[in-house]
Design a protein around this ligand. Structure first.
Ligand code: UPG
Length: 470
């Protein structure tokens, strides 16, 4: 098959959906394509859900001016909300609007790009809107699955499950460890959520794509990767390409703000600091944030804590209007300052995780956070909040470089006390076997990404050679 143009150019168009958890892996994969001389066109919905996304996109395009940038407008009344509102835009309602707007925008666009496209990369939340368009012009369509292979197994199998999951104790998929219902995103167990509708519409199309990129690697999810690629999950499964770990890139650093925590870390002993960060849209109440601060103090470890409230979705990631003293009280603030640093803004997480002072990560278990911790060999205590995060925490536990507490529940289910958090951090920071396993995972991660490593071989074998040779 010859999919390159007369000059041998391989050209990919990529379409991320919304949220930093999706945009970041898309841009990292785009960077990887660029480094292999593949021409990239990036198609993005506007406005973005958060300020962080539009800033990240600007930095990406300044770093890679050769990337063609195409925006399409998301038609949605959700964006007319007051920018000062504390009401988050319902994420999946937004995704639903992006899907409809993308379908309209892409239809005339894709066949008109020059040089002609060789392949397309869809977000897994966009599949059913994009697939009919790529199929109509016989354009190979790959899926970028931004979560784990374990969650992918559930995603691809989902449309074969009974419509009500609440009667089951666990979902059993051949070749995959049983998934307890309590670890399945509540919106998938609930009868009529938008998430479930999107999930079913897309997952039922998965066998029609040409391949699936996943930000994972063999040492992290060997058993599940083997099961999906052996046709145990779905017999007609397209090739699943473990393309991770996606590596953090230079353009992700914003202004000078990423330097402050790194400077503070420079003064801390090696492996002494626990890093507590909960992704881009975990909005703890202030009562829970007080318990977290109290727990970090009780743990006796040094710590770097990042807190966010509900303004993420409204274009303002800097939550400076409520002072820390107001939230924590004078006494706790003094104790916190003694041992830790608290940031109330976006931090450069990958840079922090790579600092030698970091000894453990209290994480919400967003998949990008897990892979970044694996890349840096940092043990995790998981505190999953929503979505795929309990399944991700279990991946870490199964591969032996961290743990989580199933009794802490989903976000808002109950107040997790400072006592419990302090005890969890002691477990994390004092467990030698987590450290040993984490450094082995790091070693495997680096090997996969090296020149001639797994990812390089996959791209040459499955992508570039397929599209540029007869
Ligand atoms: N990040 C920063 N600084 C911050 C907060 C986050 O750099 O202050 C970065 C982080 O390094 C990572 C990304 O933002 O690259 C966040 O991604 P992730 O850890 O996956 O968290 P979420 O944003 O919560 O990700 C969403 C879902 C999660 C899912 C993921 C991938 O919440 O459950 O696994 O998307 O699909």
């Amino acid at each position: 098959m010859t999919m390159s143009d007369d000059n041998g150019v391989v050209h990919v168009a990529m379409l991320p959906s919304a949220g930093m958890g999706h945009l970041t892996p898309f841009l990292r994969l785009a960077t990887f394509f660029l480094s292999h001389n593949i021409k990239v066109t990036l198609i993005t919905p506007r406005p973005t859900l958060s300020l962080s996304e539009s800033q990240l996109l600007s930095r990406f395009h300044s770093s890679f001016p050769q990337v063609d940038q195409i925006n399409f407008k998301v038609e949605s009344s959700l964006f007319t909300q007051s920018p000062n509102s504390h009401m988050p835009i319902p994420y999946f309602q937004m995704i639903d609007h992006i899907r409809t707007s993308a379908a309209k925008a892409l239809s005339p666009l894709l066949s008109s790009l020059s040089p002609p496209l060789s392949f397309f990369v869809s977000d897994y939340f966009m599949l059913s809107s994009v697939l009919p368009i790529t199929q109509s012009i016989s354009l190979p369509n790959y899926l970028l699955f931004t979560a784990s292979a374990s969650f992918f197994a559930l995603y691809s199998y989902f449309s074969t499950l009974p419509s009500s999951l609440s009667e089951l104790e666990a979902v059993e998929i051949q070749g995959v460890p049983p998934i307890p219902i309590s670890s399945i995103p509540p919106d998938l167990v609930a009868p009529n959520s938008i998430f479930k509708k999107v999930f079913i519409e897309d997952s039922s199309q998965v066998t029609k794509v040409d391949g699936i990129f996943i930000n994972t690697f063999e040492a992290l999810e060997h058993e599940v990767l083997e099961a999906v690629n052996a046709g145990k999950v779905l017999t007609a499964m397209p090739p699943v390409l473990p393309f991770g770990p996606f590596v953090p890139c230079e353009f992700e650093k914003e202004g000078d703000q990423w330097i402050k925590p790194l400077k503070w870390l420079d003064d801390q002993p090696r492996g002494s600091v626990v890093f507590a960060n909960f992704g881009t849209h975990t909005e703890f109440g202030w009562d829970q944030i007080r318990e977290i601060a109290d727990g970090l103090v009780k743990s006796g470890s040094r710590f770097l804590l990042v807190v966010k409230d509900g303004k993420y979705f409204n274009g303002d990631d800097k939550n400076e209007e409520v002072g820390l003293e107001e939230v924590l009280g004078h006494e706790l603030v003094d104790k916190v300052r003694d041992k830790g640093l608290v940031m109330k803004e976006w931090v450069y997480q990958s840079g922090i995780l790579s600092h030698e002072a970091i000894g453990g990560f209290l994480s919400h278990c967003g998949w990008n956070s897990i892979v970044e911790a694996a890349w840096n060999g940092v043990p995790i205590f998981g505190w999953p909040q929503r979505g795929d995060q309990k399944m991700n925490a279990e991946v870490v536990k199964m591969s032996g470089w961290g743990t989580w507490n199933k009794n802490w529940g989903w976000i808002g289910e109950r107040l997790v006390t400072g006592e419990e958090i302090g005890d969890a951090i002691k477990v994390l920071m004092n467990n030698e076997s987590f450290k040993i396993r984490a450094s082995k995972i790091k070693e495997a991660a680096r090997k996969g990404r090296s020149v001639g490593g797994d990812c390089e071989m996959t791209i040459i074998r499955d992508i570039v050679s397929d599209f540029s040779d007869e």
